[in-house]
Design a protein around this ligand. Structure first.
Ligand SMILES: Cc1cc2nc3c(=O)[nH]c(=O)nc-3n(C[C@H](O)[C@H](O)[C@H](O)COP(=O)(O)OP(=O)(O)OC[C@H]3O[C@@H](n4cnc5c(N)ncnc54)[C@H](O)[C@@H]3O)c2cc1C
Length: 387
C-alpha cells in the first residue's frame, strides 16, 4: 500500500532511501562489529543536509517541517537506530529548545556547531528516582550571587559523555515543583563540579550509550539559564510531541526493513522441499506485520499532516507513539521467528533490530504512560464533542 504524507515527500523518499542504502548501510555493518561511533556517519549526514534540518535557516539549519524530518528519520532507521540519534542530537529536543527559548548569545554560541554536527547535545531530565514521573526530580539549582549551583544525579542520559552541551532540568523551587519550580540550564562540557561517573550500554547496539552525571556544587553563570526561572518543565515538555513523532517514524522505518528482510528470506529458504513463502503460517505472520505497519503509517502520517498544518492533533501523537512502538516490537518478534536460528545470530540484521527496537516502548514516555494519557483524555468531559 502506497501511503505518503504529501506529494513532495513521495518524491523525496526514493532519494533518501538510495542515499541510506548506498552510503549509510556499509557504515552500519562496520559499526556493529566495533561499537565505536563512526565520525563518517556524521559526515555523511552533514553532507546530505540532514543534521540540524529542523532548525530555522536563519540559525544555520535546514528549515524543514516535522513531516520531512520524520521521513528522513524513518528512512535512516531502516539501516541503523544510531543515525536517528545523530539526527536527534543535532535537531531534536536540546537544539530546538535553544532555538525556541534561547537568547541571541546562546543561539550564536551553540546552534551553528550543533546543526553542523561538530558538537553533540544531550538532554538531562531522568534521575534514579524520577523517570516516568519526571516532575519528581530532585537535582537542585540554588541561587548564588553570580549564578546558580547545581547538586544532584542524572542517569540514563544519551551520549552525555560525548556532549559539548547538556540541557539540564533542575529544581529551583521545591515547593512549586513542576508548577513554576523547575528551570532549565545549558551546562557545558568540563564545567567544574559536573562529572560523568558511569557509561551504561543497553541491550541495543553498542554505540548507544547512556551516562550518569553527578553535579557536586557545580557553579554555572546566570546566562546558562534557558528561558526564565520556573519555565524548565514547560521547556522539557515542549518537544514531547516532536520527540514522540520522531520515535514513531523510527519504528515505521525499522518495521518496514524487517518486513522486507523477512519477505526476501522466505522466498529462498527451503524446508521440507518447499520455500517458506509457500507456508500459510509464514504468510500470515508477514500479512499481519504488513497490515499493522500500514495502519501505523496511516495514523502517523495523518497526525504529522495536522501538526504541520498548524492544527492541534490532540491526543493523537500519544496514540501514534503507543501504536508504532508496540507494532515494531511485534514485527521484530515475527521476523526473528521467520528467520529461525539465523534470526538470533549476532551479525545478522534481524537480531540487531530486535534488540534496538525494544527501547521504543520505554523511551519518550513508556507505553503505560501513553495509555494513561490517552485514558485521561477519554475521561475529559468534552470528549464526545471532539470526535
Ligand atoms: C536507551 C535510553 C535512552 C535514554 N535517554 C535519555 C535521555 O537522553 N535523557 C533523559 O532524561 N532520559 C533518558 N532515558 C531515560 C528514560 O526517559 C526513562 O528510562 C523513562 O522515562 C522511564 O523511566 P524509568 O526508567 O525511571 O522507569 P519508571 O518510571 O520507574 O517506570 C518503570 C515501569 O513502570 C511503568 N510505570 C511508571 N509509572 C506508571 C504509572 N503511573 N502507571 C502504570 N505504569 C507506570 C513504566 O511505564 C515502566 O514500565 C533513556 C532511557 C533509555 C533506556
Amino acid at each position: 500500500m502506497n501511503i505518503d504524507i504529501n506529494e513532495f515527500l513521495r518524491e523525496m523518499r526514493p532519494h533518501v532511501r538510495r542515499f541510506v542504502m548506498e552510503r549509510m548501510e556499509p557504515i552500519s555493518r562496520a559499526m556493529d562489529s566495533g561499537g565505536e561511533l563512526p565520525q563518517s556517519a556524521f559526515e555523511e549526514l552533514r553532507n546530505q543536509g540532514y543534521l540540524g534540518m529542523r532548525l530555522p535557516t536563519s540559525e544555520g539549519g535546514g528549515g524543514f517541517d516535522l513531516s520531512t524530518y520524520c521521513l528522513v528519520m524513518e528512512e535512516l532507521s531502516r539501516s541503523h537506530r544510531i543515525y536517528t540519534l545523530m539526527l536527534d542530537a543535532s535537531s531534536g529536543l536540546t537544539p530546538i529548545a535553544i532555538s525556541k527559548f534561547g537568547t541571541p548569545d546562546q543561539k550564536n554560541k551553540f546552534l551553528p556547531k550543533l546543526s553542523s554536527g561538530e558538537w553533540v547535545a544531550s538532554f538531562a531530565l531522568t534521575e534514579p528516582e524520577a523517570g516516568s514521573d519526571a516532575a519528581a526530580i530532585k537535582t537542585s539549582a540554588k541561587k548564588d550571587d553570580a549564578g546558580w549551583v547545581l547538586n544532584g544525579v542524572k542517569h540514563y542520559i544519551s551520549w552525555a559523555h560525548r556532549a559539548q552541551v547538556i540541557l539540564v532540568i533542575a529544581l529551583t523551587d521545591p515547593i512549586k515543583k513542576a508548577k513554576g519550580g523547575i528551570s532549565a540550564f545549558l551546562v557545558e562540557k568540563n564545567t567544574p563540579g559536573m562529572n560523568i561517573v558511569r557509561v551504561d550500554k543497553t541491550i541495543g547496539s553498542d554505540a548507544i550509550e547512556l551516562a550518569e552525571i553527578h553535579f557536586t556544587d557545580c557553579f554555572i553563570a546566570n546566562d546558562a539559564m534557558i528561558g526564565q526561572v520556573g519555565e524548565g518543565f514547560g521547556i522539557a515538555m515542549s518537544s514531547l510531541t516532536a520527540g514522540r513523532m520522531g520515535v514513531s517514524a523510527a519504528c515505521l522505518g525499522a518495521a518496514d526493513r524487517l518486513i522486507e528482510l523477512a519477505t526476501e528470506h522466505v522466498q529462498s529458504r527451503i524446508t521440507f522441499g518447499q520455500a517458506l513463502s509457500q507456508r500459510q503460517a509464514i504468510q500470515w505472520m508477514l500479512a499481519d506485520s504488513a497490515t499493522e505497519l500500514a495502519v501505523a503509517r496511516a495514523l502517523a502520517y495523518e497526525t504529522l499532516r495536522q501538526i504541520d498544518a498548524g492544527s492541534d492533533p490532540g491526543i493523537a501523537p500519544n496514540m501514534v507513539k503507543l501504536y508504532c512502538s508496540e507494532m515494531v516490537g511485534r514485527v521484530a518478534d515475527r521476523a526473528v521467528q521467520i528467520f529461525g536460528g539465523s534470526g538470533l545470530i549476532r551479525g545478522f540484521n534481524v537480531e540487531r533490530f530486535y534488540r534496538d527496537v525494544r527501547h521504543y516502548r520505554i523511551g519518550e514516555g513508556s507505553s503505560e504512560i501513553q495509555r494513561m494519557l490517552i485514558a485521561k483524555d477519554l475521561f475529559k468531559s468534552n470528549h464526545s464533542s471532539k470526535r
